[in-house]
Write a protein that binds this ligand. Structure first.
Ligand SMILES: Nc1ncnc2c1ncn2[C@@H]1O[C@H](COP(=O)(O)OP(=O)(O)OP(=O)(O)O)[C@@H](O)[C@H]1O
Ligand SMILES: [Mg+2]
Length: 450
């Protein structure tokens, strides 16, 4: 009896859904035609006419192909993209969740429970794609982009080498390949996910390229976000203030020159030809803080960052330049000029969006959705970036953390009080490691100010 009832309920649900989907796509055709008319997309008595409608079950979208009136261009339709999108999303819809039929409770509220299943309404968040090839094609996806998705082991498997997960769109997973695009600008208002993305990139690269990834981390918000990486063997330096920032940038400048000479001497055109596997990432969180340096230091820091952008790529350097306030003063000209990729979270103004993306739009990303961003590279896509938790990061980087690194002073003191350990020679390694692996940049470096 129970089984019979459940199957009847389930059948009812299936029939309901099939009916709803059919009704929905018929209504959708009418709606598209109506939106086109209301937007003036007709010529005389020639209107848009439906040619074909197909359903893609796997990617969950319906494609509508329309014949268009003579005299209208691709631009006429693409200009009205927002009108079509808003028009198709302007109401809530009845949504029947089949799973709910298996959760029915057999008591006197049963009729109400069934009614609730059929009456449930959900706001539409359909995603649209539109293109024109003589006919107008509109793909309407059942679901828009999700508001949250987590970085987990499955996601990690989707990237290798120098690829870093950027996020998911309404239909696909997107990554950034630092082998192809060596500089990435990251911008966005406070609390929208910049630092989480930088941690995603750092963790992914430590895990996937442990022997070839080298990082110089510049964290001008006090070093809190990057502190967990400071003892990873891939991290060459962590700078958390002005002097340390200038010192690490000067070190990189020296290394750039050294590599340039070496490449020249050996006739190597670039890092690929040198068959050099190591890539040195300079990751700057909150570059706007540099604007607060005194003028000489600020100019020097911008010059040095500019040099990494200008000549670093061919010499094996990669740059992630991240800022909350993208203005022309904060984004060095050389960085902008040499960058072809940006990850842009919500921004305050269209002017800021212009600085990062050369177009407006980032100011229109939804309020209160951290992780939502525009990723611009060879194409432009709206993505939800993965949320990586600190616990997950710690698990992944644990095997790469150097333990027992002690300062020479600490080691000396212990040597005096612990002859047993001295006899084992344990500290010889510690000394070597401490000397070799000096995380705190030498801020006493002489800087040649330009
Ligand atoms: N991809 C994401 N998905 C979901 N939530 C996220 C995501 N990224 C960040 N968040 C949430 O937003 C909070 C702020 O993120 P984050 O520290 O990266 O911001 P931020 O852009 O670096 O801000 P600030 O400019 O103040 O440093 C996180 O603690 C987390 O709760
Ligand atoms: Mg931050």
């Amino acid at each position: 009896m129970l089984f019979e009832f459940l199957s009847t309920g389930t059948m009812l649900g299936i029939t309901g859904i099939a009916f709803y989907q059919k009704q929905n796509s018929i209504n959708e055709t009418d709606k598209i035609l109506k939106i086109a008319d209301n937007c003036g997309l007709y010529k005389g008595d020639e209107h848009l006419r439906i040619y074909r409608r197909t359903r893609n079950k796997k990617l969950k979208f319906t494609e509508y192909v329309f014949m268009t009136p003579l005299g209208l261009s691709e631009k006429d339709f693409l200009d009205k993209f927002d009108n079509f999108k808003d028009g198709l999303n302007n109401k809530s819809v009845r949504k029947i969740d089949l799973k709910k039929f298996t959760e029915l409770k057999f008591n006197k509220t049963l009729p109400k429970q069934i009614r609730d299943i059929f009456d449930y309404r959900q706001d539409l968040k359909k995603e649209l794609e539109m293109d024109y090839d003589g006919m107008l094609r509109i793909r309407v996806f059942d679901h828009g982009i999700v508001n949250q998705f987590n970085y987990d082991n499955e996601l990690l498997k989707k990237v290798s080498n120098w690829k870093v997960p950027i996020g998911i769109t309404h239909k696909a997973f997107i990554y950034h390949d630092f082998d192809k695009m060596q500089i990435l600008i990251v911008a966005g208002m406070t609390r929208y996910g910049k630092t989480v993305f930088l941690k995603n990139a750092t963790t992914t690269l430590i895990h996937n390229e442990p022997d070839n990834f080298t990082a110089t981390l510049i964290d001008l918000k006090g070093g809190l976000a990057f502190a967990r990486y400071k003892d990873c063997k891939q991290v060459k330096a962590l700078a958390t203030n002005k002097d340390e920032t200038l010192a690490v940038l000067e070190d990189i400048e020296v290394e750039l020159k050294r590599r340039q000479e070496l490449f020249l001497k050996n006739g190597w055109e670039d890092i690929g030809e040198a068959n050099w596997k190591e890539r040195h990432f300079v990751i700057i969180d909150e570059a706007a803080e540099i604007a607060g340096f005194d003028q000489v230091d600020r100019d020097r820091a911008y010059y040095l960052i500019g040099e990494i952008a200008r000549i670093g790529a061919g010499l094996g350097f990669r740059l992630i330049f991240c800022t909350q306030y993208p203005t022309v003063d904060i984004l060095p000209r050389q960085v902008k000029a040499n960058t072809s990729a940006a990850l842009c979270f919500k921004l305050k103004t269209s002017n800021q969006s212009m600085v990062v993306l050369d177009k407006t739009g980032a100011e229109k990303l939804p309020l209160g959705v951290p992780g939502r961003a525009i990723y611009q590279s060879d194409q432009e896509r709206i993505v939800q970036t993965p949320f990586i938790s600190n616990a997950f990061i710690d698990d992944l980087i644990k095997p790469h953390i150097k333990i027992n690194i002690k300062s020479k002073g600490e080691v000396k003191n212990e040597q005096q009080t612990n002859t047993e350990d001295e006899a084992t020679g344990k500290y010889t390694t510690v000394f070597e490691e401490a000397g070799l692996f000096n995380k705190k940049p030498n801020t006493k470096n002489t800087r040649s100010k330009k």
